[in-house]
Design a protein around this ligand. Sequence first.
Ligand code: FES
Ligand code: MG
Length: 596
Amino acid sequence: MTKKTPKRPLRSEAWFNDLSDPEMTALYVERYFNFGLTPEELRSGKPIIGIAQTGSDLSPCNRHHLELATRVRDGIREAGGVPLEIPVHPIQETGKRPTAMLDRNLAYLGLVEALFGYPIDGVVLTIGCDKTTPALLMAASTVNIPALAFSVGPMLNGWYQGERAGSGSVIWKARQKHAAGEIDGEQFLQMASSSAPSVGYCNTMGTASTMNSLAEALGMQLPGSASIPAPYRERSQMAYYTGERIVQMVHEDLKPSDIMSREAFENAVVVNSAIGGSTNAPIHLSAVARQLGLELTNADWERLGYEVPLLANVQPAGEYLSEDFHLAGGLPAVIGELLRAGKIPHPKAVTASGLPFEDLYKECQIQDEDVIRPLSNPLTPHAGFLNMTGNLFDTAIMKTSVINDEFRNRYLSNPDDPEAYEGTAFVFEGPEDFHKRIDDPALNITPQSVLVMRGAGPKGYPGGAEVVNMRPPAYLLKQGVTTLPCIGDGRQSGTSGSASILNASPEAADGGNLAILKDGDRLRVDLKKRQVILLVSDEEIAARRSALEAAGGFHGPESQTPWQQLFRQHVRPFSEGMILEDADKYQDIGNSKTPR
Ligand code: FES
Ligand code: MG
């Protein structure tokens, strides 16, 4: 490797090489010597590369990063850098109560402080489980030092009784079977664990695969990095290349703001549709964009992404799993297909590799046209999200690509009004209320009911629960009714195949009108007009609003930790990425500010 001359002095020199302040320099250096680092490593202008480590025993989805980091270190060393591992606050999607989403901003804050306040010149972001990817991209955006994401990779295919068992997707199936009395608790556990056969993150196109793919589509991962399964040898090789490349990026001073431009976000929205990406993606991409001073709204998502066809035949929208997807060409094949058809709006976007987006992918071909469909034979013609509005909220999203035949036949098949349905609202105050009452026959929930979940947004829950995709009551499941329309101010899991109306902003606990909805209210959902309308007069809405305010407003349960309270006090709505208020005032701080 030829030694490159850095474009400008390294940040770390202010710690380790500040000749104007030898006393402080000595203090910094002596402690980093104490585990064996040498003066040559710290004091000869080698870039210090942080490895933001999200793996731990608490975070099984990302735990394999603990091993992969040794190969990242090898690559950093080979390119002339010095690696320092940075522990990241754990974020485990399935283990963290009340929700991992609450901790996305906490991990963000912690990593911003670590990157800003320590001698770090560039950083490898070890991404994987759902919220780890946005948390790390957000922090890299705020600090804006050279950063390269590195995915831990999905798990291998899971199998149960000869059929593919996908993360999350198998749980929704098992829940229905369990509620209908077809399987017992032990079989439930067997079904669930069959979907997790190896290290890695969820093997469906849930939020993890989605966000890892979008980190690549944004240009923040090396090409091909997103879809390699965690145990494959290419995953370790990619770790090495990532380590090598981040050192070069420091020399080139190639920063997140150079890569994650408005153009890059627009490309990512298109890619998200083609892979059938998660409904959490608009929240997370909006959050990353805001930390860079950009705005990405639900209306942008519909405008750019709605009409893009679904190419990835991967659960929950399709049949296959991540390992199949990788073997069929993975994300590069999807992007190649989109590029050749002119569907990528900004083919010349800058990427971390140093090459324009199109140069990386335009030759990438699909290897199996059943798993990754060509544009001539997509799974669905319109795979993006609709931006829904109305008198209950300003904005919410709906993923229409997962509308199944049962739903379409029951709700969207009136020849006079084919894209609309009306129903009677049934309101649940958060997931505990839903679980307690859903199977009570006295509620008289029918196929004409619309299930509504409120108190499940960022302030209400807090953090926003993945609970809007509600199953029908057991007595309806037994009659073959497996899906009812759902609306709510919470989220749903990216692995859910439910066509729910989600992420409603403002939420009930933040002045939204879901708070004034009553059981028995009539709702009209019109997909053509992109509207959800509560069918009562404006006067009635105003009267209910005043009565609610007079009674003290709508609140979720009490906070249980200091962070929950702080989060509720300072969080912005899903439509604004659920970032902390004022976090976006701090931009480019790794370059524009020197820590005292
Ligand atoms: Fe961690 Fe899905 S639960 S990746
Ligand atoms: Mg999830």
